[in-house]
Design a protein around this ligand. Structure first.
Ligand code: R5P
Length: 295
């Protein structure tokens, strides 16, 4: 495999260090200055390789982190390097369509922006939709966190677990999780008001879940609204313990408190976004994805 330099973006220094360690690669730091008007200025060390991996998740402050990812990529490509951007949480992927008249397809814009900064490949984790990745003309490698999350769940002490997707869009994810956990799954019926963002979940379910521990699995937890509503429905249907697992724990505002108040025992996420619930380490899986991209 060719030599690789891993650039530790300001949003993901620990994950970058983990990836570099697994690859036995050089770790290059990025020095960040944020001016009082909010502009970032980044100075990266000199990578010794012409194969650079920029590691930068784009959780809040979303636009700032995205801009920083592009600045680092542009600097490396400007110096003649080939850049692979590891963006475990890819922001704007939910804006993959124009849901209401007048809305821009922001996921398409993000794809174009990253490409214009010189990135030749994106490695991400559980991208919100295939439509979002279709806007890239460069290669996008979408790493699934489900095997790692399911492996974590398999070590928990669970009573007759059932895997639950909070919406029908997440059925495949829940099926994969259930297959690994050797159990069954179900999907709730969620709808969201496109104007207010308000979520509702149908209370009636056609599976008997009484006394069974439920694992809610989603790609991301953002406001927590989907998990709160789903947990309420599961409790109304007499589920045992309810756990929330996801790839990306954005957990904005008081989301975690509201989730616990809805009777969720624990929140378990990957470290795509650093935080108190980032318990499942992605660095080995991402290092493997990088290795396959440069070999
Ligand atoms: C929606 O389709 C996604 O898969 C998540 O369910 C959603 O983005 C979670 O957002 P929130 O936590 O704000 O309900």
């Amino acid at each position: 495999m060719s030599e690789i330099s891993v650039i530790a973006g300001p949003s993901s220094p620990e994950l970058a260090a983990g990836i570099a360690k697994h690859l036995d690669a050089e770790l290059v730091s990025a020095e960040l200055r944020v001016f009082s008007d909010g502009e970032s200025k980044i100075r990266i060390g000199k990578p010794s390789s012409k194969n650079c991996v920029v590691v930068q998740s784009t959780h809040p402050p979303v636009d700032t982190h995205l801009m920083q990812a592009m600045m680092m990529s542009m600097k490396c490509t400007g110096d003649g390097a080939k850049v692979c951007a590891v963006i475990p949480y890819l922001a704007y992927a939910r804006q993959d369509k124009s849901f209401l008249e007048g809305e821009a397809i922001s996921a398409a814009l993000v794809a174009r922006l990253l490409e214009s900064s010189g990135v030749s490949k994106v490695i991400t984790v559980d991208i919100h939709s295939k439509i979002a990745s279709s806007y890239f003309s460069i290669d996008v490698l979408d790493v699934s966190s489900i095997p790692l999350l399911a492996e974590h769940a398999s070590k928990m002490s669970l009573t007759r677990p059932i895997v639950v997707s909070p919406d029908t869009g997440g059925i495949q994810r829940a099926e994969e999780f259930a297959r690994i956990l050797k159990t069954d799954m179900m999907a709730l019926k969620k709808s969201r008001d496109r104007n207010t963002g308000e979520v509702s979940v149908e209370e009636r379910i056609d599976v008997d879940i009484s006394g069974r521990d439920a694992i809610l699995i989603d790609d991301m937890i953002s406001s927590g609204g989907s998990i709160v509503k789903a947990a309420e429905v599961l409790h109304k249907n007499k589920a045992g313990k309810v756990y929330a697992m996801c790839a990306h724990a954005l957990l904005l505002g008081d989301a975690a408190q509201r989730i616990f108040a809805a009777g969720v025992q624990d929140i378990i996420a990957t470290n795509s976004i650093p935080g108190p619930y980032a318990r499942v380490d992605l660095s080995a899986a991402l290092a493997e994805a990088v290795r396959s991209s440069f070999s």
